[in-house]
Design a protein around this ligand. Structure first.
Ligand SMILES: NC(=O)C1=CN([C@@H]2O[C@H](COP(=O)(O)OP(=O)(O)OC[C@H]3O[C@@H](n4cnc5c(N)ncnc54)[C@H](OP(=O)(O)O)[C@@H]3O)[C@@H](O)[C@H]2O)C=CC1
Ligand SMILES: Nc1nc2c(c(=O)[nH]1)N=C([C@H](O)[C@@H](O)CO)CN2
Length: 236
């Protein structure tokens, strides 16, 4: 493989959609997962390599780096999609554990992966991208998800640091989705309330994230910024 696209969290929903769409467009994809799913399994034989790692474990991340180097000589882009979504616990001892998990998945793992994979990014020719998938909650947190939101805000800040440190070889940007695809845990009433505060009054759908990723990759003058894909939710 050459100039592969490395995506984290590919077992379902947005990560799986990004995997499918990059394959549709003829890219080689290295799809990261934690717990394999039948939906991702299907892609194992198409130009996709799947690599397992629990992103709360730096040891797993190191092993992922070793495995990845066996499959591709260079990377065109790294897309940090993997994420954990949970309300902040009312039990503070539980909340401490949550903070460690959220910090590992949303901040430490992207930090380590960016540094460890940088040589693979700069080995190829042409534009190179790192994209952090954050959340509009990073700028305007849902008070029930303060640990989730604050670590997404930390990832937003890492975007700016990496943009400064990796320029001009690599562009580094965030995509902050709004209501893209609701999770099963959101009731009909919660969904209606969210859409009532979304200017465009609809879920974005996973393709809106893929189009934003491609828009950033195809523009050689965007770095250190955040593209909101939220239907105006952040203004609602
Ligand atoms: N869906 C939406 O409307 C919105 C999504 N976003 C962001 O977009 C991105 C994709 O969202 P969505 O598809 O809904 O996400 P999901 O929560 O459905 O999937 C997240 C992915 O991350 C993986 N993951 C979670 N924890 C770990 C871990 N410790 N180690 C390895 N992998 C892990 C999951 O794997 P596993 O199956 O093993 O748990 C899964 O593949 C996320 O960053 C999310 O925060 C932001 C705003 C709105
Ligand atoms: N990792 C995840 N992050 C987010 C999810 C999700 O399912 N997994 N879902 C949301 C909300 O559904 C949002 O879209 C609407 O409230 C936010 N982040």
């Amino acid at each position: 493989m050459e100039n592969a696209i490395f995506i984290t969290g590919c077992t379902r929903r947005i990560g799986l959609h990004l995997t499918k769409r990059f394959l549709d467009e003829g890219y080689d994809v290295i799809a990261h997962y934690r717990k394999m799913t039948p939906e991702l399994e299907v892609y194992k034989n198409r130009n996709t390599v799947v690599i397992r790692a629990d992103l709360t474990s730096p040891k797993d991340i190191d092993s992922m780096v070793d495995q990845l180097q066996r499959y591709t000589r260079s990377l065109r882009a790294i897309i940090h999609n993997a994420s954990f979504y949970e309300k902040t616990s009312d039990d503070l001892s539980e909340a401490i554990k949550q903070y460690q998990t959220f910090f590992n998945v949303h901040m430490l793992a992207p930090f380590l992966i960016n540094h460890k994979f940088y040589p693979l990014l700069t080995r190829g020719e042409g534009p190179r991208d790192i994209i952090h998938i954050t959340d509009t909650n990073a700028q305007n947190p849902d008070k029930r998800f303060c640990i989730y939101s604050s670590t997404k805000a930390g990832l937003e800040n890492l975007t700016k640091s990496f943009a400064k440190n990796f320029a001009p070889q690599v562009k580094v940007n965030s995509i902050a989705p709004g209501p893209i695809v609701f999770s099963k845990r959101e009731s009909e009433e919660q969904r209606k309330a969210i859409l009532a505060k979304t200017l465009l009054k609809k879920e974005g759908g996973m393709e809106s994230v893929f189009q934003a990723v491609k828009g950033i990759m195809n523009n050689d003058f965007i770095t250190g910024t955040c593209v909101c894909v939220d239907g105006g939710r952040s203004l609602g």
